[in-house]
Design a protein around this ligand. Structure first.
Ligand SMILES: Nc1nc2c(ncn2[C@@H]2O[C@H](COP(=O)(O)OP(=O)(O)OP(=O)(O)O)[C@@H](O)[C@H]2O)c(=O)[nH]1
Ligand SMILES: [Mg+2]
Length: 1154
């Protein structure tokens, strides 16, 4: 290969092929060839040629012919050593773009004027001082750049370049020479849109300026402007005027400038103006006002009427004040006030919510407004070199600032937070502020978002906290509950509890509810229709009013963007009507009942049947009346309006809701946190354990108080009581959870409430089926094969039965360590969320499991098919039945039935559960717990059957007690309790008499064995069917049994008596009639003396029980005899004890023939 062809190959590497039919471009890199280029260049056919910074002294090099280059359209020879051009240059007649900037030309070379197709010509940074009149020949020229030269004059022929759009004539910075008047030739360029005439000595803008009707940008830096023709207002397109340092001789800003109503950018930097005239108001479209380095002493209020202003730079002047009207600049993005003498910032500045940059360094600021945190978009905040002692407490809410790190605080005498913290960087500073705030907040509240699933609670929470729309995706359901801290203002600290609306979570809700909270009942207006009132609104309101005396409730309707205004109004009216009608009728009912009680109390008229117990009955009535009065006086006032919001983009109505929330929250009682309590809280929160025991907490409390030199006794007299006071306070404000009133749970402190949520989430999840899947690794750890896993999962989903293995698996799956397992079980049991059951034959799939927990919430089953065998409709003969019923006006409180069902477990021995019922037994007694909802009345009924009267009453009383304990969680739920008359039940009356449930509190008075059934005045029933027997006094149990026996005898009208006499009740009757002679009878029935003494020791004070025990012992031993033989043996034994009277009586009573 020849040297020439080699060189041409090398050049080709810089070739860029043209696109769209354009020729190729050759872009030789800077410095590649110093002073020359391979000759092969001239053989190339190019559209563009670029030879920058190659130290070329001439071009073409060493010759006069351009060769093939003659056809090029663009030539870039920037940064060479060129000072002239050969004549041949004019042969490149296709040239449209020529760039010869940064060379050494002293004039524009004449060949150029023959390039009549030129559109762009660039001679920027040469040494040109004069331009030939030939310039006028370049008629197509649009861009002419002659900046950085030494021009002092212009030929008038420039005006012939009438298509010029951009003209840069700015000079080198040079003390002498230049234009003194804006040249006439320039003024005639009617198509000019950009003109730079900086660094001349122009003192006048002449009247002809008006001809530049297309001018958009005029740069006149460093001139000596004194006179500006007011014709400048004819430059209607003028948007950008830069007169930096051009008016140092003026003491006022020329008024003509303020006439430029279309101006968008005005730069007045580097002048000596001391003020801005009120005429500034004329710049109605101004976006950027730059006036750095002047001598401003004050600002006119008109400046703040420029509503489109986005950037205002007033730095490096003598301002000592910023007017409050700065907040009128709603579009402001940049405010630069550094290097002034400002001592205070108006609080209104915090309303400039679009501010991105705020420069305040080198001023004399001593304070900053607390609300500064509202400038959420701020990316730069410079505060160094001021006199700040204290920073706003909420500064850490400026999250963008944390991302950019553009916060400067140096050289301030800071004490809060201390300077040393500030020097550690923005992250440390923000942490410090957060802690400081926990300590200093005055208003602490819990705010509860509650409502149906998908109501829009979480989206509303986002809108409130973030101040912008963040709608949740449809699948993002809140899972049990989420707690978020909201600090909208420095002294407000609000814990928002956002509940998942899915019904499966309702079991857990009440754990987090506190009456002191502010409740927001949220519903989706687009889904609302009158028959969904209860589901979407009513039930939720009721859940709150029943629990929380004096609670604050607000109603919020979301999704308003999806529904027309008119439709919303109709729906809202419907809701308010329903809500208030219901409330009115409830209150009406309460009042009527109270009146009835009051008048009954007044006349002290007591029902005939209760004559003997009048004192107690009156007492009960008085209690009830007081209770009703309490309900009436502390009744929640229901909201009279509904807030209508949309959490979609526009956030319609959210602002109003927010303002109302603030005013409610501010008006609430102040709850500052004393220093030592705060310390205690922070120490608690740092504990690694998931939960703390009472004694652990007490130790921490004592240590902290000692360190803080605080009295452990404080107001409450003992460390325990003092700590209880602090814990209660922290619970109410939502920082921790502590269940003071629950004896099981009061010994535990949930110092990290999320622990509880995390645990609940493992089990209480609406999507358990889809999410919890089998994985080998977890299966092995939990000891579950795939098959076992599937069957156990099935058991959980259908019968609510969770094995220890399955729980273990679920905890692992949810990333909770198994050390949580025991605690989990313990807590779930304590919260009555489940109970432990023995493996039973009814769920054979779980027979091998080590421990089984029943979660009644997950029961979906119907009553067992054989229920009528296990609990026949007709009460079996010789059985007593007692029914206790709770009635609620509309529905039972949420989860009440499930919890009662869980609590039963502690006193029954076997059970079978379904969705709305439990069939259980204890010894020989059977128990049925059922819930029902019909005709607007919800009831939970407990029925017990058996022959052991004391045991039956034990079951009723125990269960009733548990129910009442649970009902304390809803102190204002209205319920009535009854004993359903056994007489009416046994005789199958359609409407049985309902004895007021209070009778259960009264024990059966001595010597009263019969009372009248009000349903049939001539019918007496055993008193022990209505009133429980006195456990302490069972001496007249015998008489009661006799009454029962006689009563049942009447009801069943038995003919053959042997079986009856040998029934439990029959033997109880015999026992009740035997009395002191029983030892002898027992001996006659072949019990040994030792056995008799043992029986006496086991039942030391209760003779009747001794006798019954003796009789049942005999009875179970004589299983091989037939009934007749047994009766005969018993009669003989009684006869042998000289109780012929009794033999006779028994024969009569049980129809026993000789
Ligand atoms: N158009 C519109 N959609 C909304 C609005 N608020 C919520 N949504 C949508 O409604 C659905 C439910 O919203 P969420 O905020 O998750 O409702 P939630 O009450 O928290 O639901 P749960 O957590 O399941 O109880 C989501 O798909 C949201 O995007 C609103 O004001 N307008
Ligand atoms: Mg949610």
């Amino acid at each position: 290969m020849t040297a020439a062809s080699q060189a041409s190959e090398v050049l080709k590497q810089y070739l860029v092929p043209g696109t769209d039919g354009e020729g190729d471009s050759l872009l030789v890199p800077e410095g590649k060839y110093k002073g020359w280029v391979p000759r092969s260049l001239y053989e190339m056919q190019l559209a563009s040629l670029s030879l920058p910074f190659l130290r070329l002294l001439s071009f073409p090099v060493g010759g006069t012919s351009f060769g093939q280059l003659i056809s090029m359209q663009r030539f870039n020879g920037v940064g060479n050593y060129l000072s002239r051009l050969p004549n041949s240059f004019c042969t490149c007649q296709n040239l449209v773009q020529l760039n010869l900037s940064y060379n050494y030309f002293t004039t524009i070379p004449s060949p150029i004027f023959r390039l009549t197709r030129l559109v762009e010509l660039d001679f920027n940074e040469n040494d040109i001082d004069e331009i030939s009149f030939d310039i006028g020949k370049l008629e197509l020229l649009r861009v002419l750049n002659l900046s950085g030269n030494l021009l002092h004059d212009l030929p008038v022929e420039l005006a012939d370049c009438k298509h010029l759009e951009r003209l840069d004539l700015s000079r080198k910075w040079y003390p002498k020479g230049g234009f003194t008047v804006l040249p006439e030739a320039v003024c005639k360029l009617r198509e000019l849109s950009y003109l730079d005439v900086s660094w001349h000595q122009i003192h006048t803008i002449p009247d002809q300026v008006s001809e530049m009707s297309q001018l958009q940008t005029l740069k006149m830096k460093g001139n000596f402007l004194k006179h500006i023709s007011k014709n400048i207002i004819d430059c209607k397109q003028l948007k950008y005027l830069d007169v930096t340092g051009a008016m140092k001789l003026n003491s006022f800003i020329p008024a003509e400038i303020f006439l430029l109503s279309n101006l968008q950018i005005l730069d007045l930097t580097n002048n000596y103006f001391t003020e801005i005239s009120s005429d500034v108001i004329g710049l109605t479209n101004l976006k950027k006002f730059i006036m750095r380095r002047n001598a401003l002493l004050r600002l006119p209020k008109e400046l703040f009427t420029l509503k489109y202003l986005e950037y205002l730079d007033l730095s490096e002047s003598y301002l000592d004040e910023i007017p409050s009207s700065v907040s009128d600049l709603k579009m402001l993005k940049g405010l630069y006030l550094c290097h002034n003498k400002i001592q205070r910032l108006p609080v209104e500045i915090c309303n400039c919510e679009n501010l991105l940059e705020l420069q305040l360094h080198k001023n004399e600021l001593e304070y900053l407004p607390d609300e500064l945190y509202k400038l959420r978009k701020l990316e730069e905040l410079t505060l160094d070199n001021n006199k700040l002692k204290r920073l706003p407490l909420m500064l850490d809410k400026l999250l963008r600032l944390q991302e950019t790190g553009r916060l400067s605080l140096k050289n301030n005498p800071l004490t809060v937070p201390p300077q040393t913290i500030c020097e550690q960087g923005i992250n440390s500073l923000y942490e410090y502020l957060k802690e400081l705030r926990i300590c200093e907040a005055k208003h602490r509240r819990k705010m509860i978002l509650i409502g149906a699933s998908q109501a829009g609670k979480t989206s509303l929470r986002n809108a409130l906290i973030l101040g912008r729309s963040k709608l949740t995706a449809e699948h993002e359901r809140t899972w049990v509950m989420e707690r978020h801290l909201w600090e909208p203002e420095p002294d407000l600290r609000i814990q928002i509890l956002d509940f998942g609306g899915h019904h499966i979570y309702s079991a857990a809700h009440h754990m987090f509810l506190t009456p002191e909270a502010l409740h927001l009942v949220v519903f989706d207006v687009s889904r609302y229709c009158p028959n969904l009132y209860d589901d979407l609104v009513g039930n939720w309101i009721e859940a709150i009013t029943d629990r929380a005396p004096g609670a604050s409730i607000m109603l919020v309707c979301t999704h308003s963007d999806l529904v027309s205004r008119e439709e919303i109004e109709v729906k809202i009216q419907d809701i308010l009507d329903k809500m208030h009608t219901e409330e009115k009728s409830k209150l009406g009912g309460l009042k009527t009942e109270l009146q009835r009680l009051e008048s009954e109390l007044q006349s002290a008229a007591v029902r005939e049947s209760g004559e003997k117990f009048s004192d107690v009955a009156v007492e009960r009535m008085r209690d009830k009346a007081n209770y009703l009065r309490r309900i009436l006086s502390t009744r929640v006032t229901l909201p009279s309006m509904i807030y209508v919001v949309s959490c979609a983009e526009e956030l319609t109505g959210v602002h109003d809701l927010q303002s109302s929330l603030f005013s409610i929250l501010h008006n609430s009682e102040e709850r500052p946190l004393p220093q030592s309590w705060y310390k205690f809280l922070t120490v608690l929160q740092k504990q690694k354990a998931r939960i703390l025991s009472w004694s652990q907490t007490l130790a921490i409390f004592e240590r902290t108080m000692k360190n803080m030199k605080q009295s452990l006794y404080m107001l409450q007299g003992s460390p325990e009581k003092s700590m209880a006071m602090v814990l209660k306070y922290l619970h109410v404000t939502g920082e921790i959870l502590w269940y003071q009133d629950n004896p099981e749970l009061s010994q535990i402190v949930f110092h990290r409430p999320e622990t509880l949520v995390e645990m609940l989430r493992t089990i209480f999840r609406h999507d358990y089926d889809e999410v919890i899947k089998y994985q080998d690794n977890y299966g092995q750890l939990a000891g579950l094969t795939r098959h076992k896993f599937e069957t156990q999962k099935e058991e959980f989903l259908h019968h609510g039965l969770m094995t220890q293995e399955m729980l273990h698996y679920t905890l692992l799956f949810c990333d909770l360590s198994i050390d949580a397992r025991e605690m989990f079980i313990d807590l779930m049991l304590k919260f009555d969320l489940c109970y432990e059951v023995a493996p039973s034959v009814s769920s054979p799939a779980l027979l091998g499991a080590s421990r089984i927990l029943q979660f009644p919430w997950f029961l979906t089953a119907d009553p067992p098919a054989d229920i009528s065998l296990k609990w026949p409709n007709d009460v079996p003969p010789e059985n007593i039945m007692i029914c206790f019923q709770l009635q609620f006006s509309r529905k039972e409180p949420p989860n009440f039935f499930e919890k009662v069902s869980a609590r039963l477990q502690s006193f029954i021995s076997s059970r079978e559960d379904w969705k709305d019922g439990v069939l259980a037994s204890k010894n020989k007694s059977k128990l049925l717990l059922e819930r029902e909802n019909s005709n607007g009345v919800a009831s939970v009924t407990l029925s017990v059957r058996g022959s052991e009267l004391p045991e039956l009453w034990f079951l009723v009383r125990k269960c009733r007690k548990e129910m009442f304990i649970l009902l304390k969680e809803w102190p204002f739920v209205r319920f009535d309790s009854y004993i359903i008359c056994s007489h009416c039940l046994l005789s199958k009356r359609e409407k049985p008499h309902m004895w007021s449930g209070e009778v259960v509190d009264i024990t059966c008075p001595r010597n009263v064995f019969w009372i009248k059934c009000p349903n049939s005045p001539d019918q007496f029933i055993p008193a022990c069917f209505v009133y429980p027997l006195d456990d302490e006094f069972l001496d007249d149990l015998g008489e009661h049994i006799k009454a029962v026996q006689e009563f049942l005898h009447g009801v069943y009208d038995t003919v053959d008596g042997t079986g009856n006499m040998l029934s439990d009740l029959g033997l109880a009757y015999v026992a009740s009639r035997l009395g002191a002679d029983w030892n002898l009878v027992a001996l006659n029935l072949n019990l040994t003396q030792a056995e008799i003494e043992r029986i006496q020791m086991d039942n030391p004070t209760q003779t009747l029980n001794q006798i019954r025990k003796a009789l049942t012992t005999w009875f179970s031993r004589s299983y091989s005899m037939d009934d007749y033989a047994k009766v005969l043996q018993l009669m003989n034994a009684i006869e042998a004890a000289n109780r012929n009277d009794l033999v006779f009586e028994l024969k009569e009573r049980f129809h026993i023939e000789d």
